[in-house]
Design a protein around this ligand. Structure first.
Ligand code: AHR
Length: 317
């Protein structure tokens, strides 16, 4: 600590003010979260807050309410506050170049958590940790192909996409289509965003049902919350979810396990939100001068309804 900082701290202590993090030798992490749109996101926020506390890292947490401009503002505020590390989960993939350049110019390392950005210059972040969303889409597609094996009848699919322009929405669509395109019996007849929320998932499914009714064989939802909202719409339309319409979703949150145990959801592809511990370790490694791997991929599985009751007690989110 330099003399000026030491004088400030002494004055703060004398005035009975709390000792700032830098004076306690604490690492300060600025984290900009997407929002609180889903059960997954709530679990992710809890994981980050709890792990920061356990690791003794001071966390400056900012909720962007699913708006990119709020995330950009938060990142600029972290730069002005001279935090040690910035981490964020980008709501959409593009439009980050300028603010990431600003962080780089201020010598503050940036970690991408959960979602990637679509920027050519990969020196703008030190590491990206999170799921392989394309692979999640492929896993959903492979499960469906296996389920429909042996049948030549047309399979009409409706798709509830995540937030427009977000990495999981783009990649889960891509991975799923990559698998189903091998057999022309699979057709996506409607595809629209439900913004990763239950309310929107229900609303859009209602519109799908109105337009296509009994023609719909399969619902592919990019997350569990939208699937849960859609299940409600299907029941209100007098149909049986998971029987009249096969339902595939992503995340494997507890709410999805409850729906599977109730026989209303066929399968959920896992996407783990428990990124807190590895994020805190990465922050500590950075401060210790270590180089982080550019990409850290979360290991995940697939949970069909048949295993839901057995797996439920060990689920952590
Ligand atoms: O980025 C991860 C995705 O964001 C989750 O699948 C979804 O539930 C969340 O809102």
């Amino acid at each position: 600590m330099n003399t000026q900082r030491r004088t400030i701290v002494a004055a703060m202590i004398a005035a009975g003010l709390p000792i700032p993090a830098f004076a306690q030798g604490k690492i300060v992490l600025g984290f900009s979260q997407v929002g609180a749109e889903s059960e997954w996101r709530t679990a992710n926020t809890e994981s980050i807050k709890a792990s920061a506390k356990d690791a003794g890292i001071e966390l400056k947490f900012s909720d962007a309410q699913q708006k990119q401009e709020n995330q950009i503002k938060a990142i600029r505020a972290f730069i002005a506050q001279k935090v040690d590390v910035i981490a964020f989960s980008p709501v959409v993939e593009s439009g980050w170049g300028t603010v990431l350049q600003e962080a780089k110019a201020a010598n503050i390392p940036v970690i991408l958590s959960d979602r990637a950005v679509n920027e050519k210059d990969d020196s703008l972040w030190v590491s990206f940790m999170g799921s392989d969303f394309v692979e999640e889409g492929r896993r959903a597609g492979r499960w469906l192909v296996e389920k429909m094996k042996g049948s030549t009848a047309a399979v009409n699919i409706v798709e509830l996409q995540g937030t427009v322009g977000s990495a999981p929405a783009i990649d889960r669509k891509k991975g799923f289509e990559e698998i189903i395109k091998a057999d022309p019996k699979f057709k996506i007849i409607r595809s629209q965003t439900g913004d990763f929320t239950r309310a929107k998932g229900k609303e859009v499914m209602e519109a799908f049902l109105k337009a296509e009714g009994k023609k719909i064989n399969v619902l592919y939802a990019h997350n569990d919350d939208m699937a849960i909202g859609a299940i409600q719409a299907i029941e209100e339309a007098g149909m049986k979810p998971a029987k009249d319409i096969i339902i595939i979703s992503v995340d494997a949150v507890k709410g999805a396990f409850e729906a599977m145990i109730a026989g209303k959801l066929n399968v959920s592809v896992e996407c783990s939100p428990l990124l807190g511990p590895q994020l805190m370790q990465a922050v500590k490694d950075l401060k210790a001068g270590k180089t982080l791997p550019k990409r850290i991929v979360t290991q995940e599985g697939v949970f069909p309804m048949e295993v839901a009751a057995k797996e439920f007690p060990s689920r952590k989110y």
